[in-house]
Design a protein around this ligand. Sequence first.
Ligand code: PGU
Length: 460
Amino acid sequence: MASTMLSLSFAAPSLHQSQKREVGCVETASLFGNKKVDLLFKGKSLGRTSMSVAVNVSRFEGITMAPPDPILGVSEAFRADTNDTKLNLGVGAYRTEELQPYVLNVVKKAENLMLEKGDNKEYLPIEGLAAFNKATVELLLGADNPAIQQGRVATVQGLSGTGSLRLAGAFIHRYFPDSKAMISSPTWGNHKNIFNDARVPWSEYRYYDPRTVGLDFDGMISDIKAAPDGSFVVLHGCAHNPTGIDPTPEQWEKIADVIEEKKHIPFFDVAYQGFASGSLDEDAYSVRLFVSRGLEVLVAQSYSKNLGLYAERVGAINVICSGSDAAARVKSQLKRLARPMYSNPPVHGARIVANIVGDPTLFNEWKEEMEMMAGRIKNVRQKLHSCLAEKDKSGKDWSFILKQIGMFSFTGLNKVQSDNMTNKWHVYMTKDGRISLAGLSLAKCEFLADAIIDSFYNVS
Ligand code: PGU
């Protein structure tokens, strides 16, 4: 380490106050702690002494600044913008027509009932709230699914979708150290972070075809076929993020064929059940298909979107096994992984889900509200499309926007064009060209169409 000249404040018995200010030292060791230093007074050596020094140089000097998160960082930038017309289409979070966050009425009702009952705040078991785990797997597979009845599903409550995926990542790393994950190109950005941090190697399979703004089905199939046998194939259960493009039922069958043939393990990320079509059952089609074929399947679930429980962190990891013995063992190991990471999950949101699903009246109200939210997104999708079609005189076909489903639209805008959307129009979106239609109102569609057309044609 290079020598550093340090100003010291210390009580050296033989020096006066005025002299102390002129004392310096040459230090050659580390930044803290007891060390030998050469004391200097007006340039003359006072000999060596041992002393304790603390300097204003951080031990964390070598830590570099992390880049902003590509999705959540957009919300931070949005908050810092003082422009009145600003629009946040970055994060996938539902807003009302007035662009306000929305707490579902059915959630408020469930919370009131919980308060009345005076539920306690004791620790949950490691695997989570039993009533939640029962409800969540039934919502996913259907209550009468043989896999549930035969006790073949290991369900552990997780820290929402992300935490559930991460727990599964830790499980894969520990028990399948030679396997890799296959993720779609593109995918939700955090998938890569999750597998990187879990130290699960991953590679991508083709998914999006920019020429058709649709699914590159042949590319997808051939990449899944080319992956080493026994890979974990990460699939979006519905409403693929960020493209909004899902396989058709026939395509799902073929994907299942290849996965079965290659002895891969399908790993579904279900973050939008009920939010894509408005129906919980319809949106679980893909997962149920794979389970009905007798495949062993991993499924991470989230209640951030469909119940608007973003900050409550409610979700689950389900491992559908071929037998109940395997399920019991898998569950025990998931618990073992969870215990040193976060010990046990939070209770509040899990209770909300359990109370809503367990009460037929509340359950029906939830379905109605979910349809309402999905319906509002479909309406802005329609309106945005008609504004674009009307304003764009070039004859460009914008109908791909109508074919996409779920919360997002993948506009096809590139990074520079997306930057223009933000810098010129104060429209905040991710740099991959994704916009969250859940953050758009009918009233803002025209403005957004102007911004898109300007960015598309005037920025290369
Ligand atoms: N999986 C997918 C496909 C997602 O889109 C999201 C959320 C999650 C999992 C995780 O959601 P949890 O809140 O952990 O349950 N994606 C949103 C939300 C912002 C984010 O990136 O976390 C998005 O805007 O893409």
